[in-house]
Design a protein around this ligand. Structure first.
Ligand code: PMP
Length: 392
């Protein structure tokens, strides 16, 4: 073993001893809200394919057609030869979908947040410590933290979804900063609760702050035509980010905002400039998803009803589901070992409900993160509730 490998082995051993070692297991999405793992077909409560589009015939067909017409690779980064007509057309569609002036496609949601946030902050006059003041919800996604870490900007963190606390911080911090930026998610990935985006936009306007909302889990699912919660704000939100990898059944991400900001990001976001453009198959699937999603109100209503049913059932079992009001429902168990044990027993009974534990969620709040899909039937939710009851 090389010296470097011995460092890795020791670090891995520490992770192992803390009970936090993870390993990769294969799984394959199947129709009807099912997943295949270890040769078994399980009811899947762990994937983010909320509208069941990842195996939709129209998406698969268009991904094939655009591959047949344009090939498998985009050939270069966007500013070289990687920008095809399809990239520009998809970006124009996203801008319309999000009621924004312009939009930009990124290779992934992680990359979008990690690239856009430092680029935005770099435009603000002053150094990292004396430039923009950044206010973040305590539970924002790791990719936004990555963007903030790259920028070196200090965060003023407000308690999760506590907008009074945000207002207190805005009243006392960063008043002299050349710009103030609020970062949050519209639907929180591990809790399934929503931020009050309309009130956030009002607070941002009143304090002359800039609002950045990550709509990864709301895009396609919430808001008018599935356009996300930011679409409920009359004047819109300064910058919205969302993914194609969850409800839209594909891969990649977008940001949408003013024309000048998007033009600036093309020139400044390193995770946009120095990476190969998304390939035709990915764009074809996005294009097909954008044909379908605005018309999927029935699926969105079904998903909302499944969420209500699951929360009522968990409450009847005495299991905390936090403040969830969406298709993501945490069943908060507490101890890591108990959450892992329950997840394992459910899998034996034919249900996939992955345990999420620290550091992804705070210690003592290990949970099953239950993600509902429009392709689930009410009887799938009942099967899950019955199995949870039987296992505890
Ligand atoms: N933001 C949030 C809130 C997320 O939950 C995720 C993915 N889990 C991302 C960003 C990253 O998106 P992607 O998976 O497309 O990289």
């Amino acid at each position: 073993m090389s010296r470097l490998d011995s460092f890795f082995a020791a670090a891995l051993d520490r992770i192992d001893r803390a009970g936090q070692r993870r390993t990769l297991r294969s799984a394959a999405l199947e129709d009807g809200g099912r997943v295949r793992r270890d040769g078994r077909r399980l009811i899947d409560f762990s994937s983010n394919d909320y509208l069941g589009l990842a195996r939709h015939p129209l998406l698969m067909e268009r991904a094939r057609a655009w591959t047949a017409a344009h090939g498998t690779g985009s050939g270069a980064s966007r500013l070289v030869t990687g920008t095809s007509e399809a990239h520009l057309a998809v970006e124009a569609r996203i801008a319309r979908f999000k009621r924004a002036e312009a939009a930009l496609v990124f290779a992934s949601g992680w990359q979008a947040n990690a690239a856009v946030i430092p680029a935005l902050l770099a435009a603000v006059p002053g150094s990292a410590s004396q430039g923009a003041a950044v206010f973040t919800d305590r539970l924002i996604h790791a990719s936004m933290h990555a963007g903030l870490a790259i920028s070196g900007t200090r965060q003023h963190r407000f308690r999760h979804n506590d907008l009074d606390h945000l207002e207190q911080l805005l009243a006392t911090r960063g008043a002299d900063a050349p710009a103030r930026l609020i970062l949050t998610e519209s639907v929180f990935s591990m809790d399934g609760d929503r931020a009050d985006i309309v009130r956030l936009a009002e607070i941002a306007a009143r304090h002359d702050a800039f609002l950045f909302v990550d709509e990864a889990h709301a895009t396609g699912v919430l808001g008018p035509g599935g356009a996300g919660l930011s679409a409920q704000v009359p004047g819109g939100v300064d910058l919205v980010m969302g993914t194609f990898s969850k409800a839209l059944g594909g891969f990649g991400a977008y940001v949408a905002g003013s024309r000048v900001m998007i033009d600036y990001l093309v020139n400044a976001a390193s995770g946009f400039i120095f990476t190969t453009a998304p390939p035709p198959a990915v764009l074809g699937a996005i294009d097909a998803a954008l044909d379908l999603v605005p018309e999927m109100d029935a699926e969105r209503a079904h998903l909302a009803a499944l969420g209500e049913r699951l929360r009522a059932g968990l409450a009847a079992l005495g299991i905390d589901h936090g403040a969830s009001s969406t298709q993501i429902v945490p069943a908060v168990i507490g101890a890591e070992s108990a959450a892992l044990d329950l997840s394992r027993k459910l899998e034996e009974r034919g249900l996939l409900a992955s345990a999420i534990r620290p550091p992804t969620v705070p210690p003592g709040t290990s949970r099953l993160r239950l993600a509902l899909r429009a392709t689930h039937a009410a009887s799938d939710v009942d099967a899950l509730l019955n199995a949870i009851e039987a296992c505890r």
